[in-house]
Design a protein around this ligand. Structure first.
Ligand SMILES: [Zn+2]
Ligand SMILES: [Zn+2]
Length: 217
C-alpha cells in the first residue's frame, strides 16, 4: 500500500479525504453527511454567499476585514445565492480538491472564510510558548484543512484517471498512485496506449524491412 498511516491516525484528514473523494451524485453526498455528521455543516449552512460576500479576513488587516490580496475576482462567486445543499456541497468539495492539488488561493479561501460570524473568522495568532504562529480554526473542516497544509508534502492526487478515490495522503512524497491496483491498471493501460500509438507501427516497419516490396523508388 502506498497510503500512509497518517490519514488513518488523523480522523480529520481522513474525513477531508472522504470529502474530496465524494462523487457527484446525491446519494454519495448524503452518504458523506451521514458518516461525518457536523464536518462540513457550518460551511454548508453559510453556503456559497459567505464566499460571495467575501467574508474573508486578512490576518494583517483585521480592522477593515479586507479580502486576502490574492483572493479570486468576485465574479467567481457572484450571483450564487440559494443553492440546493448537494450543489453547495460540490462547490466546497471542488475547492477542497483544488486545495489538495496545491492551490494556495483556494486553501486560503477555505482557511480564512468566516462561516459562522458569531465565532469570528479563523486566523493566525502569535504563540509565544511555541515560538510561532498558531492557526485558530473555527470548525472541524478548517482544522482538517490546516492538517492538510501541514502534510502538504504527502497530499497527493492519484494519477490513475479511473481511480475511485484520487485524493490521498501518501506514505512517500514521491508516490503517484494511491494503491497497487491503481499502479497496475495505469501501467497496463500505458503499455496498451504505447502499443497502439508506437508499437504497432514499429512492428509493421520491421516486417516491411524483412520483406521489402518490389516497388522501387
Ligand atoms: Zn488511485
Ligand atoms: Zn486505488
Amino acid at each position: 500500500m502506498t497510503k500512509s498511516n497518517l490519514a488513518r491516525s488523523n480522523p480529520g484528514l481522513a474525513a477531508l479525504a472522504d470529502f474530496a473523494n465524494t462523487r457527484d451524485d446525491k446519494q454519495a453526498v448524503a452518504r458523506f453527511l451521514r458518516i461525518h455528521p457536523g464536518f462540513v455543516d457550518e460551511a454548508l449552512k453559510a453556503g456559497w454567499p459567505a464566499m460571495a460576500q467575501r467574508k474573508i479576513v486578512d490576518p494583517l488587516n483585521l480592522a477593515s476585514g479586507a479580502p486576502l490580496p490574492d483572493a479570486p475576482p468576485p465574479d467567481r462567486f457572484a450571483a450564487i445565492e440559494q443553492l440546493p445543499e448537494d450543489e453547495t456541497f460540490r462547490l466546497f468539495r471542488d475547492l477542497t480538491r483544488a486545495a489538495w492539488s496545491g492551490s494556495c488561493k483556494d486553501l486560503d479561501l477555505l482557511l480564512f472564510t468566516s462561516f459562522d460570524e458569531s465565532k469570528g473568522p479563523a486566523f493566525s495568532r502569535a504563540d509565544w510558548q511555541r515560538g510561532g504562529l498558531t492557526y485558530a480554526p473555527r470548525n472541524d473542516f478548517q482544522a482538517a484543512l490546516y492538517e492538510l497544509l501541514k502534510s502538504a508534502r504527502f497530499a497527493k492526487v492519484c494519477i490513475n484517471p479511473d481511480c475511485p478515490a484520487r485524493f490521498f495522503i501518501a506514505a512517500d512524497p514521491r508516490a503517484r498512485f494511491c494503491c497497487k491496483e491503481c499502479a497496475t491498471t495505469f501501467q497496463r493501460q500505458a503499455k496498451l496506449d504505447w502499443w497502439n500509438r508506437v508499437g504497432k507501427k514499429k512492428r509493421a516497419e520491421k516486417l516491411k524491412k524483412k520483406k521489402p516490396t518490389r516497388r522501387g523508388k
